[in-house]
Design a protein around this ligand. Structure first.
Ligand code: GLU
Length: 450
């Protein structure tokens, strides 16, 4: 599969060591393919064992989380924290609460996070965590007790200068609040140990919007390269969580029109666009209701709802998957190409299967990779850490301007990195290489530590 013998050997060992962990293997393959020209040009990476170290987490913790539900019944879940790479800063990355969470998903996310965090230019290593706990239909009290139990173990492994978790799917401001309260109680310390906190206890302005806003800032830069403007363009978005919400809000502000959002139940098509404050805020309401049904939007605003379908069959200018991993498969890619879509912007972490990426590429669709596009979320988390360390807070305008600059730099650096290795225009390779270079340098400089 790889031209480089070194990479072939490393990949074979990753396969042997992580049998059946398909998401993790997929994420590793994607990065190693891009790094081929880099490692073939300089033997220092092989000599220092950089790649074999990068594909093995520095530390992985798995633990039992017991808690009592509203009926007095004891429940048991599994918790994780994967501390992937600390070469350029404390481990940093979200917590995901979703029944699909397993070791493979944690590792793929932690691995991706390492490169993403490096791309932001901020001093953050890569980590990820979570649990197979399903928050759907759980009461507020159950969520709090689960978070407290989860943090009682996690607290032993994290700290403001060691590892700083945040939110991800199923973990928002409410959960971060409960986790933070428990950490403080255990440690008797008020530090920036978590990001995505509420405003009243150290959260950053613009953090809730950051992933979506950042993704749209990236998309605007990308469109500019191809002589295009966001104004008047139509967008298909999936999901209706925090990431989709921020994306819809910013596309709208900049003059584009989002016509779809989706849930596990299907998708809605709003021909006029999800464009009023009422409609945009309704996404938040649907999320907060805990029902996880996008049909609620169709019922409220009287627009078509397509049960069991994904929004990739709709004809638009730009596609932005914002839901979860591997949500776009080969059949979806065929629809996207058949509809003449030119720009495909990944916002969720690794939303595209390998076959779908190959098909889109072969059909000359411009692909913007998630680890660059969605880096705005963790970037503002990094800015939250800075503000907490300074015991100070910036205005929304200040944070937004920094986020905007970071996203423009990520786009520019990715473009340049691809060009440097003869792959001009390949934004996937560019992001992987640009993210890799800084982490590799730091690892080599620090000797065989980890
Ligand atoms: N979960 C988000 C991500 O995938 C944000 C992580 C953070 O803010 O630390 O990047």
């Amino acid at each position: 599969m790889f031209k480089s013998e070194y990479l072939q050997k490393v990949y074979a060992s990753v396969e042997a060591r992580n049998p059946g962990e398909n998401e993790f293997l997929q994420a590793v393959r994607d990065v190693l393919e891009s790094l081929e020209p880099v490692v073939m040009q300089d033997s220092k990476f092989e000599k220092n064992g950089v790649i074999e170290r990068m594909v093995e987490p520095e530390r992985m913790i798995s633990f039992r989380v017991s808690w009592v539900d509203d009926n007095g019944q004891v429940q048991v879940n599994r918790g994780y924290r994967v501390q992937f790479n600390s070469a350029i800063g404390p481990y940093k990355g979200g917590l995901r609460f979703h029944p699909s969470v397993n070791a493979s998903i944690m590792k793929f996310l932690g691995f991706e996070q390492t490169f993403k965090n490096s791309l932001t230019g901020l001093p953050m290593g890569g980590g990820k965590g979570g649990s197979d706990f399903d928050p759907r239909g759980r009461s507020d009290g159950e969520i709090m007790r689960f978070c407290q139990s989860f943090m009682t173990e996690l607290a032993k492994h994290i700290g403001a200068d060691t590892d700083v978790p945040a939110g991800d799917i199923g973990v928002g401001a409410r959960e971060v609040g409960y986790l933070y309260g428990q950490y403080k109680r255990l440690r008797n310390e008020f530090t920036g140990v978590l990001t995505g906190k509420g405003r009243s206890f150290g959260g950053s302005l613009i953090r809730p919007e950051a992933t979506g806003f950042g993704a749209v800032y990236y998309a605007v830069e990308m469109l500019k390269t191809f002589g295009e403007d966001i104004k008047g363009k139509t967008f298909a978005v999936s999901g209706f969580g925090n990431v989709a919400w921020g994306t819809v809000k910013k596309v709208n502000e900049l003059g584009g029109k989002v016509v779809t959002v989706s849930g596990p139940d299907g998708y809605i098509y709003d021909e006029d666009g999800i464009c009023t404050e009422e409609k945009i805020n309704f996404l938040l309401e649907m999320r907060a209701s805990g029902r996880d049904k996008v049909k609620d939007y169709a019922d409220k605003f009287g627009v078509p709802y397509f049960e069991g379908k994904r929004p990739w069959e709709v004809k638009v200018d730009v596609v932005m998957p914002c839901a979860t991993q591997n949500e776009v498969g080969l059949e979806d890619a065929k629809n996207i190409v058949a509809n003449g879509v030119k720009y495909y912007v990944e916002v969720a972490n690794m939303p595209t299967t390998d076959e779908a990426v190959s098909y889109l590429k072969a059909n000359k669709v411009v692909i913007a990779p998630s680890k660059a596009v969605n880096a705005g979320g963790v970037a503002v988390s990094g800015l939250e850490m800075s503000q907490n360390s300074m015991r100070y807070s910036w205005t929304a305008e200040e944070v937004d301007a920094k986020l905007h600059q970071i996203m423009s730099d990520i786009y520019k650096n990715s473009w340049e990195a691809a060009k440097k290795y003869g792959m001009e225009g390949d934004l996937i390779a560019g992001a992987n290489i640009a993210g890799f270079e800084k982490v590799a340098d730091a690892m080599i400089a620090q000797g065989v530590a980890y």
